[in-house]
Design a protein around this ligand. Structure first.
Ligand code: ATP
Ligand code: MG
Length: 423
């Protein structure tokens, strides 16, 4: 991203805030509202997201791209998905788009469905509750609608609060996110202690954004992360599990886990587990390999990704002769102690890990080949490729891979009819 100070290819207009907020912003949020005339490269934008925004705007609803997609494009990285935010309420959006569905009981938003399973999330600007709001229940606050300024200051980090209007080609920035992004600085919106206490999942998110995008942590944010790290245990288990998956998928999982270790989060989240490493070797060696493979466009499903992580805790006994089920179950129980992985997934991972020592013997007997009929075979062989250490293991993995992709069979020899055998 070009630095605002050295590049004059865009102009900045100050935004007038009078009457902008429906809920008064917390005192610790420092506001610097402005519009930056800056065109994001059109070929990096999603055409369906642009169509949604155009139609919403044509019907009189301000609408923007928001969050991760704007941040990633400015950082010259491919965005994972495109989120839209608008003043239109879910019922208005439903009327405008036939391919839309209202989802979420707690946090109501719209999913728009497109070809090849693509989903674009469209949310209505939200605001925080004021003393005058009479809320029916504690979830009602999540569905109070506001304006763009109300919405962005509820977000976690300044760099995640940028809104882009592709029609006018402008970025709306209320909290200095654009400048922080160009200086590669990660800051919370408002005082870090308050924001991390309000939702400790943000500690995990800070690690991911900071490490993945090579950002500098704002010193007060880093201090708050260190001070409040034990609060990660108070998070909702499902949200925490999703954030851990995002870390494992983000192609910088090893340095993120390293930072977790420094913050003391790893032993908190996974009690009693020790990362196993041989002398002089990184305890995240296999996760580094996973990161490299993801960076080289490798795609791995969540079970494989989680299995590589679990492998780092059990590689010392996984290849031993004898009963390893109990040891493996203990590791899986500790991995699941503060998170919530589906039972089928833990079972699948157990099978993949248990089959590693058999896979290592190679596919040269009929008995070994029976593994191919199991539903976990393909994932177990992929896992083997990610964790296989020495040359022998690599060769075995190649043999299994050839077999599973059908290459090993080569041109089939015709079997003689039974009557002509032994002739
Ligand atoms: P990614 O590229 O990983 O998807 P993202 O920034 O899009 O990163 P999401 O988890 O998809 O992250 O969330 C979308 C947006 O919602 C964020 O950019 C942020 O503005 C807001 N957000 C998400 N989680 C929180 C949270 N816990 N607190 C405040 N705002 C959040
Ligand atoms: Mg996202």
């Amino acid at each position: 991203m070009d630095k605002p100070s050295s590049d004059c290819s865009y102009t900045i207009r100050k935004l007038d805030l009078s009457g902008t907020f429906l809920s008064p912003p917390p005192e610790d949020v420092s506001l610097s509202p402005c519009v930056i005339e800056y065109e994001l490269p059109p070929d990096r934008l999603d055409l369906d997201a642009l169509k949604i925004i155009r139609r919403l705007q044509r019907h009189g609803h301000p609408a923007f791209l928001v969050g991760g997609c704007v941040r990633d494009i400015l950082l010259e990285q491919p965005p994972k998905d495109f989120d839209v935010v608008t003043s239109a309420q879910p019922k208005d959006i439903r009327k405008l788009f036939r391919n839309s569905r209202l989802i979420g009981r707690r946090f109501r938003l719209i999913h728009m469905y497109f070809k090849q399973g693509k989903i674009i999330e469209v949310a209505t600007f939200r605001r925080s509750a004021t003393q005058d709001d009479e809320l029916e229940d504690r979830h009602a606050e999540t569905n109070l609608y506001g304006g763009p300024a109300d919405d962005v200051i509820r977000r976690d980090f300044t760099i995640n609060a940028l809104m882009y209007d592709p029609e006018r080609r402008e970025i709306h920035d209320y909290v200095d996110g654009f400048r922080h992004l160009s200086r590669r600085l990660l800051c919370t919106i408002g005082r870090p202690e308050r924001r991390l206490q309000e939702d400790p999942v943000r500690i995990i998110r800070a690690v991911r954004f900071g490490v993945r995008h090579n950002l500098q942590f704002d010193p007060p944010l880093l201090a708050a992360m260190q001070q409040l790290s034990t609060q990660v245990l108070e998070c909702n288990r499902d949200r925490m599990t999703e954030e851990i998956f995002k870390i494992l998928r983000c192609s910088a999982a090893a340095p993120c886990l390293q930072m977790f270790t420094e913050l003391g989060i790893l032993p908190l989240l996974f009690p009693g587990l020790q990362l196993k490493a041989e002398a002089g070797e990184s305890p995240f060696k296999h996760i580094e390999r996973l990161d490299r493979s993801i960076r080289n466009n490798g795609f791995f499903n969540d079970s494989i990704i989680l299995a590589v992580f679990v492998f780092s805790f059990c590689r010392d006994f996984l290849y031993e002769a004898g009963d390893i089920v109990q040891d493996l179950n203990e590791v899986l129980a500790a991995v699941n102690a503060n998170l919530r992985f589906p039972r089928w997934q833990l079972h699948h991972i157990r099978q993949m890990l248990m089959s590693q020592r058999n896979l290592l013997r190679g596919p040269y007997t009929r008995r070994a080949q029976r593994i191919l009929s199991r539903d976990y075979a393909a994932d177990a062989i992929t896992l083997m490729g990610l964790v296989a250490g020495d040359n022998d293991a690599r060769k075995m993995h190649e043999a299994w891979s050839r077999l599973i992709s059908g290459q090993a069979s080569g041109p089939r020899r015709k079997r003689k009819p039974r009557s002509k055998r032994n002739q």
